[in-house]
Design a protein around this ligand. Structure first.
Ligand SMILES: [Ca+2]
Ligand SMILES: [Ca+2]
Length: 312
């Protein structure tokens, strides 16, 4: 099909033709280079299926009016547009997220650990660490079965309690359920643990808080981002410069926000001590705060936030 040039302004010129199935390209050119809209009149073009009246393309302004072909529009006839393949389904319950959390002591470089499967293969490992009195978490999705956890201390005095209050723990990341924990050993601690079937139903929120010099100013809460309902709250605290860990299994099907408050308004870092708050969900860190003034609010998190974001 072809059309133009035209002699009458502000007039509609329809052309109809029977086109074969398949891909077609519509091209429109303007010899002056300023398109058909909108400086000199409100011109427009449209492509319509004559039988059904369905518009399959239209336009006014051209995207590149001063370069070669002014505008092209490609359309398909008789063939439904290809639908993108659905994402591969992740079989539920085929593995369970297991997190290993290490709170280092004063000599973090002495600490290494690993998790081995029944065949003796390393499936997780961590350390040595460079920061003392800090929490480090690793998460892996492990299949049902028996695993070995091995933690080594190169000096031979473990991670608790001669040189700081270190701790290790193995937990089911989604439910916060702690399988094993410890810290007092010599050169090596070794044990086996069972990974059960993944039953779902909750997600594990975790707060690692290091208080500053004025822990009595610090409070926090986890609330539904949709309804504002508070699920859990904590603080104020008594001990300064102390590491606190709070875990809570939050129901699936909601979207959450974490808020931390400082009643004095100077945060928990860095004028009166070096406090800090780190939050994680199912073993993955999702936010941290320290020098926040009076209040800090995290990004929204939880399984039900994803659907909301996609629909917007
Ligand atoms: Ca040690
Ligand atoms: Ca403060």
């Amino acid at each position: 099909m072809t059309g133009g040039p035209y002699t009458q302004r502000s007039t509609t010129f329809p052309e109809t033709a029977c086109l074969s199935d398949g891909q077609h390209t519509f091209t429109i050119d303007d010899s002056y280079g300023d398109g058909i809209c909108c400086k000199h009149g409100k011109g427009a073009w449209s492509i319509v299926l004559a039988d059904s009246g369905l518009e399959i393309g239209s336009g006014r302004e051209f995207e590149n009016p001063f370069e070669g072909t002014d505008h092209t529009h490609t359309f398909m006839l008789g063939v439904p547009p290809p639908t993108p393949p659905p994402p591969p389904p992740t079989p539920p319950g085929s593995c369970t997220d297991v997190s290993v959390t290490i709170l280092t002591d004063n000599y973090p470089r002495e600490t290494t650990w690993s998790v081995k499967d029944a065949g003796g293969n390393n499936v997780m490992k961590g350390g040595p660490y460079s920061q003392s009195s800090q929490t480090f978490a690793e998460t892996a999705c492990l299949e049902v079965g028996q695993y070995a956890f091995i933690i080594d201390d190169s000096y031979g005095d473990g991670i608790c309690c001669q040189q700081g209050q270190g701790k290790w723990s193995i937990a089911l990341a989604d439910s916060c359920f702690e399988l094993e924990s410890g810290g007092s050993f010599n050169f090596k601690d070794e044990l086996t643990f069972e990974v059960p079937e993944n039953l779902g139903g909750s997600q594990c929120f975790r707060l690692d808080l290091l208080t500053d010099t004025f822990p009595g100013e610090t409070t926090w809460e986890v609330a539904s981002a949709n309804t504002g309902a508070v699920y859990v709250q904590g603080g104020p605290y008594n001990a300064s410069s102390k590491a606190y860990t709070e875990t809570v299994a939050l129901p699936v099907g909601d979207c959450y926000e974490f808020k931390i408050y400082d009643s004095w308004g100077d945060g928990i870092c860095c004028r009166e001590g070096n406090g800090g708050a780190e939050i994680s969900l199912n073993g993955a860190v999702i936010g941290s705060a320290g020098a926040f003034g009076r209040e800090w609010t995290s990004n929204k998190f939880g399984d039900a936030c994803v659907a909301i974001n996609f629909s917007q």
